[in-house]
Structure formats: structure tokens, C-alpha cells
Design a protein around this ligand. Sequence first.
Ligand code: NAI
Ligand code: MG
Length: 373
Amino acid sequence: MSKATIAVLPGDGVGPEVTACALDVLAVVEERYRHSFTFHEGLVGLDAIRAEGTAISDSTFETCAHSDAVLFGAVGSLPAGQARADGPRPEQALFRLRKELGLFANLRPVHPFEPLYGASSLKPEHLKGTDMIFVRELSAGLYYGRLESVPGKPSEIRRTAARTEAVDTLLYTEEEIERVVRAAFEIAEARASRLTSVDKANVLSSSVLWREVVERVAADHPSVAWEHMLVDTCAMRLVRTPADFDVIVTENLFGDILTDEAAMLTGSIGMLPSASLGSRRTASGMFGLYEPVHGSAPDIAGRDMANPVGAVLSAALLLRHSLGLDQEAAAVEAAVEHVVRDGCRTVDIAEAGHAAVGTREMGRRIVDRLRRT
Ligand code: NAI
Ligand code: MG
């Protein structure tokens, strides 16, 4: 039996609707496999700003920091006209959690289900066998010059009488590369033991260093078959032979772009889960934050229309990575796949003319299936 404490932050829009399904699934896992999970629910985003004046209060943050994992829904944004430049913004909750909890590795599995091949923009024969996971560096690189004005990391537009120019800084320390690359090799060892490291080493110094670190870390993981790949080649191979990939590790910007490209293989953004991991260990895994890839979807919020699969699969990642419960995670994933194979569809993945079920019904079917496995 495992004991675990899980912080639950449903957030805004469809966040609470899809998180409720993920919690139902975790409750069944707890009961069927005789584990003991303690859930602490907290406010984030718009509700937290209304009730507590901040996107995430210190006490909610501390609850997360002392848990084994955080299950996150989504945060929205303030309606136009209500956002003050110096006022609290919902997304600050996520930035604070990622930064202060040291969550540097963002995992996004991309596993198109065969019955949904028709929902993808690729021909089915190209999707067959596709099952990959991205490990994207989440806390450094090009995006972080903009967030902090660190000397030596400029990110600005400079206008002078002579000319106008703009600069961003792509800076990685060896340590920032090594920790995410190590995480990726460990994940590869637990999967098919194939890893692709993506960079632009023919042009960028940061990528030359990236390669050096990958080669050094690879020596500690002799069972993993690995390769370097240039990012432009990777972009092409993702839509040509996606089944060739297993684990892909890459820096922040490349990972941002390539994961959006890869999302299209699965048919809907509502299908995709994610895990953000750091270096803190739990009793049997890594501390992490788990959330569907989608946002608060205000256009469908409160209408029982959201696809809960991304949130449910995020709960499966929580079981696997933070609690070390591989068998339970696989059972949840199998239940989702089974329900989809049975023809159960929310509106985002339903083919034209076919009936769709609501969020709650989709969740109920997954729970029923899981109970019977
Ligand atoms: P979004 O992901 O919320 O929605 C994009 C489109 O996908 C919409 O048409 C929506 O209806 C659909 N969609 C999203 N989730 C779905 C689901 N589970 N099932 C079926 N359809 C789904 O992105 P958008 O519209 O750009 O942003 C809305 C709000 O969410 C913004 O305030 C944004 O800042 C926030 N956001 C929050 C994120 C987070 O909490 N991690 C991530 C992305 C956006
Ligand atoms: Mg993106």
C-alpha cells in the first residue's frame, strides 16, 4: 500500500470540470489497489484573486510544496478591462509553482489512439505505432531573459537615432542542461530505451554545449540507444515517421514549438496530459505538477462539454512519476483507451454526425471501465 498527499488546484473555466473526473479516477485507484491518498484542495487563478487577492496564496503554495504531487486544472485570464498592469494575474499561480518548486522538466506524452486516427491531420498509416514522450526544458533558455532583467541576459528593443534593433539571450548553464537530460535518460530507461536529443548544434553555441552534456550523461546510461538530431530535421520527421521516436529531449523554445506540432497527431488538445518535474524526490518517485495541456476553455466552460481525457491521463502520470505506481498508471491509460475504442466521444473528438457525450459521462465511463479491470 502507498500513502500519498496530493494538492488539488482545479482553477478556472473547465479546470474544475475535468479535475473532478481525474479525482474520481484516483479514488477508484485508491480503493481497488488499497492505497491511501489524502487530498488538499486549494484556490488558484481567478477565484483565488477574488477571495484572497492573489493568484495563489502562501498557504496554498505551502500545501503544494509539502505534498507528493500537485494536480492542476487550468487558470484563465481576467476579462478585458479588469486587468490592471500592476494587479494580480491568474497565470502568476503557475509561474510561481513552476519557478519556486524548481520544476524544470516538462513531460508531454503523445500517443494517438488508433480509433482516433481519423481525428488527426495525418494519414492513419503514418500514425501507426506512434507513442512518444517529450521532455522539454522548462525553466531556462531564451524565454528567461524576458522574465528577469538579469545583467548579461538582455532581452529588449533598442531604438536609437541611427537604428532600431532587438535582442534576446539564449543562455544555458551546464547544470541546467544536465538535470533535464538526466531526467530524460531515466525516463528512456523505463520505456523503450531510445532517446533523441534535439538541438541546432550546427549554428548555436548553447546547442554545442547541450551535445557535450548529452554525450557525458549518455555514458552513464549504456542501455539507452540515443542520437542527436537537428531541430529542423526533427520537425520534418515528426510528421513523416512519428513512430520512430520514443523519448525526445530538447531545450525550452524548441520543445514549445515541437510539442504543439506533435499535439496535432492526437486529434484534440483535450487529449493531452503533462507532467512538470523537478529534482525533489518523494517516497517512491519525483515530486511533480500534473495538468492537461489545454487552458480554461472559457468558450465551453460550465457546459459539460470539455474532454476530461487530458486531465485523467495527467492523473495517470502522477501515479507513475510521483508515486511510483506504474501498474495503476497503466490501468488508467488502458481504461481511457478502452472507452475511446468503444466509441465514447466528447464533442471535440466526435466525427461529424456522431453523438457525443458530456464531460461527466466520459468520466463515468472511464471510472466504470477501471473498476472492471
Ligand atoms: P484553451 O486551451 O483554453 O482553448 C483552446 C480551444 O480548445 C478552445 O476552443 C477550447 O474550447 C478547446 N479546448 C480546450 N480544452 C478543451 C477540452 N478539454 N475539451 C475540448 N475542447 C477543449 O486555450 P485558449 O482559448 O487560448 O485560452 C483560454 C484561457 O486559458 C486563457 O486565459 C489562457 O491564458 C489560459 N490558458 C491556461 C493554461 C494553463 O492553465 N496551463 C494553458 C493555456 C491557456
Ligand atoms: Mg506552445
